[in-house]
Design a protein around this ligand. Structure first.
Ligand SMILES: NC(=O)c1ccc[n+]([C@@H]2O[C@H](COP(=O)([O-])OP(=O)(O)OC[C@H]3O[C@@H](n4cnc5c(N)ncnc54)[C@H](O)[C@@H]3O)[C@@H](O)[C@H]2O)c1
Length: 337
């Protein structure tokens, strides 16, 4: 059994990746401080996998705890999901983001180095491309931050690159996620945002259950086919399988890489609303509003490098994303609580 540490493994992407790792024969261990998740996810993971879940409550910034965990379980690689991710909050509280995302990453690398584990998969984001000059976006596009959150991801990527250059024993897979949505098809785990959702799909899902009155669409005058913003939505199980492919590559080939994880296909807000209405069986009320400052017209990946290096490509459709989100949301309107 190959033991893998998942920092932030109780969160949205971490919990789905946990399931994919178990299916692929890995033994994941979750480290989470539950600052943005609920321990209720653990029983659901047990139900899906039929196996007890190894988990520890604690912070990724606790060097003593993390190095002891890595040592004790002979962890072969770490997938680092732990961090804060709300762009708006990062603008209001940049230091909170620098502390958890940048210092957290530094402390994690110190703990790994101390415990002789030097293989890392890092959750980066398409936000590192800022407002791209064109689409589709390749990994060679320049990096530019448009928020403290984006800055924290760029700094972490640079920290990894500098470490790889200085210490050849280190290996890393940097994964730039586009827009993860959807849920495990069991309906047992899914995205459970605290408060008002920051992202489109969970917001639409809450409008569909009646928890929120309507969706505000921020701008219908963008230079896109129907005027609304276009994004590369990727099913969270495709993303989870992308982590398995990245881990396989990291452990087998011992090479490092930075890849986009997206579908390569953009969908507009109105397309998402229509697909969700079909999935839930009724209309999702919305209103067209003025553009929001900071939003970009369109953003989608060129996913060719991930296919070439990892042999991975996204399989699931927008309809799958909506059906699985709806199953999770309608069965768990209050998330795990
Ligand atoms: N969801 C997205 O749209 C998206 C897009 C691109 C990149 N990412 C990145 O992917 C990663 C996972 O995102 P997610 O959507 O699953 O977020 P999430 O908030 O659901 O999961 C993050 C988990 O990390 C935990 N955590 C936070 N700080 C911690 C700390 N110091 N120690 C231990 N645990 C800690 C939280 O409790 C949570 O369970 C994040 O790094 C995020 O920036 C997410």
């Amino acid at each position: 059994m190959t033991n893998i540490l998942l920092t932030g493994g109780a969160g949205y992407i971490g919990s789905h990746t946990y399931v994919a790792l178990v299916a692929a024969g890995y033994r994941p261990i979750i480290l989470d401080d539950y600052s943005n998740s609920h321990p209720g996810v653990l029983a659901r993971l047990e139900e899906i996998t039929g196996k007890p879940v190894l988990h520890v409550r604690g912070s990724v910034a606790d060097v003593g705890l993390v190095s002891a965990l890595v040592d004790e379980h002979k962890v072969q690689a770490v997938i680092h999901f732990a961090g804060f991710k709300a762009v708006g909050e990062s603008v209001a509280e940049p230091l909170k983001y620098f502390d958890n995302n940048i210092t957290g990453m530094l402390r994690l690398m110190q703990a790994m180095d101390q415990a002789n584990c030097r293989a890392l998969v890092f959750s980066s984001s398409a936000t590192v491309y800022g407002d791209p000059a064109s689409v589709p976006i390749t990994e060679a596009f320049p990096l530019r931050h448009t928020s403290p959150y984006g800055y924290s991801k760029i700094v972490c990527e640079e920290m990894i690159a500098a470490m790889l250059a200085a210490k050849p024993a280190w290996r890393a897979g940097v994964l730039r996620y586009f827009n993860p949505v959807g849920a495990h098809p069991s309906g047992l785990i899914g995205e459970s945002p605290q408060g008002v959702p920051n992202n489109l799909m969970p917001y639409v899902a809450q409008v569909a259950t009646g928890k929120r009155a309507q969706l505000n669409i921020w701008g219908a005058d963008y230079p896109t086919p129907d005027g609304t913003g276009v994004r590369d939505y990727i099913h969270v199980m495709d993303l989870a399988e992308g982590h398995v492919a990245a881990l396989d590559a990291l452990l087998k080939t011992e090479s490092s890489f930075t890849v986009n994880l997206g579908t390569g296909q953009g969908h507009s807000v109105l397309e998402v609303v229509r697909a969700f209405s079909l999935a839930c069986g009724h209309a999702v009320p919305y209103e067209i509003c003025a553009r929001r400052p900071g939003d970009i017209a369109q953003c989608y990946a060129d996913p060719a490098l991930a296919q070439r290096l990892l042999g991975w490509r996204a399989q699931r459709t927008l309809a799958d994303m909506c059906v699985d989100t709806w199953r999770w949301q309608s069965r768990n309107p209050e998330g795990y609580s």
